[in-house]
Design a protein around this ligand. Structure first.
Ligand code: ZN
Length: 87
């Protein structure tokens, strides 16, 4: 599993949880697809997914970026609680 892996079909929810994050090696929970990367699906962990969302919203200059990210973080924490965190 790495950048040479070709994956044109999205992983299933169970499948993604058996993989490591393509960026940092953490537990994957989501997947991203980049057009210039031949639209291959790439497994990604929660912190990297949140960081990517921040990056993209800020790059777009989204007027509600801060509000959207805070909401997304709360949703993510509820869905994927980290050890020691209260839902
Ligand atoms: Zn990661």
């Amino acid at each position: 599993m790495g950048w040479t892996t070709k994956r044109r079909k999205p992983y299933t929810e169970a499948g993604i949880q058996r993989l490591r994050c393509i960026r940092c090696g953490g537990q994957a929970v989501h997947q991203w697809q980049i057009c210039s990367d031949f639209n291959n699906w790439r497994p990604i962990c929660l912190p990297c997914d949140v960081a990517l969302n921040v990056l993209v919203l800020e790059w777009f200059g989204h007027p509600w970026a801060d509000i959207l990210i805070e909401s997304y973080k709360k949703e993510a924490a509820a869905k994927f609680p980290m050890p020691g965190e209260q839902g």
